[in-house]
Design a protein around this ligand. Structure first.
Ligand SMILES: Cc1ncc(COP(=O)(O)O)c(C=O)c1O
Length: 404
């Protein structure tokens, strides 16, 4: 299983010319990051995503992708993409507003709306763009955004872009959210939350969020990035699983994780989508992602219907894995799904744990600030349907061994 392959020397393309004076601060800041244990590696992957991955020439069992259902390397997606590329060419060539919205994008938007059981959807080149553009369009100066403190960077940036007042509430604290909404009555309000939190693996109280949104006449946007494909009888996510689709007016998500392709979406009422086509700058002023990518995403969404066993088996195995770690006394911070953080605390401790796991043949990345708060660094284990029960057992053995 473990092989070494030939790789070209790292950074061989780099021209080491001295920095001009105006950029010297960059070197100082890089030194600071290294000194604080926050320097991030820039790894090169060979081959495709799978239960194993070759990173910087080293073959490792892969617990560091978001390919939750194993579709990223699936040849059926490759075939769908090739067919669309042959028919429609590779590049989209323009913003969707102009001539970039191809037949493949149109089919994809229909497939997303069908999956979520809503009237309409709009696709973006990334999930990041979907969140940031949608939030920045929905609210502006004078309005209020209530945002969970653990929300993803794309939500945080959307909040900043909007220039609305941003009130951050403690993670999943519904009493704090209620008070915040009561204190901002009469203004346009947007509540925004991940459904499955990307670093903690915790789940938002969706029914309570929907209830608060209704009672306070606030808009509610739920980002299903890590839940799409994994949760819900149809695989549309946690909103479906919680049975509160009617209470969540705006859903965003990504096509880059369980869908195995790339791109992002917002979905909901027809008027919402029509309005965003006039206002979402990240959609209007950005070239559509390639039609081939849209076709691959559509193929994966079709597979959600016929391969529901993948999400069921993934969640069953994840529950067993979490149970084993918790029973052995590992700190997994309330994780509830296929994302399992191993809380290490200091950045250096997370890096050391990740390195030790790599020495034992596993890839699980260290997550440090700014992705998580200071002192809350962790090793993020993401499980995929591609992992066998034996894979999970060997990782659990290794984690327990490093813990004792
Ligand atoms: C919660 C959440 N939302 C949005 C995104 C952005 O998605 P994409 O990778 O498609 O830009 C991510 C990606 O990591 C995420 O974790």
């Amino acid at each position: 299983m473990f092989c070494r392959i030939e790789t070209s020397p790292r950074d061989s393309h780099v021209n080491n010319a001295p920095l001009p004076a105006a950029l010297e601060w960059l070197a100082a800041d890089l030194e600071r990051l290294a000194a604080e244990g926050l320097e991030r590696p820039h790894r090169v992957r060979d081959g495709r995503q799978g239960s194993e991955v070759i990173l910087d020439g080293r073959s490792l069992l892969n617990f560091g992708s978001n390919d939750y259902l194993g579709y990223a390397g699936d040849v059926r997606l490759t075939k769908a993409a090739s067919k669309a590329a042959c028919a429609e060419g590779f590049g989209a060539g323009a913003s969707p507003l102009v001539s970039g919205h191809s037949r493949a994008h149109d089919r994809l938007e229909g497939a997303i709306a069908g999956l979520l059981d809503v009237p309409a959807a709009l696709t973006f080149p990334s999930g990041f763009a979907a969140n940031s553009a949608t939030i920045a369009a929905l609210v502006g100066p004078g309005d209020v955004i209530a945002s969970d403190e653990r929300n993803h960077a794309s939500i945080i940036d959307g909040c900043r872009l909007s220039r609305a007042e941003v009130a951050v509430y403690p993670h999943r604290d519904m009493a704090a959210l209620d008070a915040l909404l009561a204190g901002s009555a009469g203004r346009r309000r947007l509540i925004v939350s991940d459904s499955l939190f990307s670093m903690d693996g915790t789940i938002a109280p969706l029914a309570d969020l929907a209830d608060l949104a209704r009672r306070h006449t606030a808009m509610l946007l739920i980002d299903e990035a890590h839940a799409t494909g994994v949760f819900g009888p149809r695989g549309s996510g946690l909103v479906e699983a919680a049975g509160c689709g009617d209470g969540v007016a705006i859903r965003t998500g990504t096509l880059s994780k369980a869908v195995g392709a790339a791109g992002g979406f917002v979905a909901g009422h027809a008027e919402l989508i029509r309005w965003l086509r006039h206002t979402a700058r990240g959609w209007i002023f950005s070239t559509a992602h390639p039609p081939a990518v849209a076709a691959a995403a559509t193929r994966a969404i079709d597979l959600f219907a016929t391969e529901s066993h993948r999400r069921r088996e993934l969640l069953e195995r994840a529950a067993v894995f979490r149970g084993r770690l918790a029973a052995a006394g590992l700190e997994i911070g309330g994780a509830e799904a296929q994302i399992v953080p191993i809380i290490a605390g200091a950045a250096a401790a997370a890096v050391a744990l990740s390195a030790e796991l790599a020495d034992r043949g596993f890839f699980a990345p260290a997550i440090r600030p700014p992705s998580v708060p200071r002192g809350k660094s962790l090793v993020r284990v993401s499980l995929s349907w591609l992992h066998t029960e034996a894979n999970l057992e060997t990782l659990a053995d290794a984690l327990i061994a490093t813990h004792s």
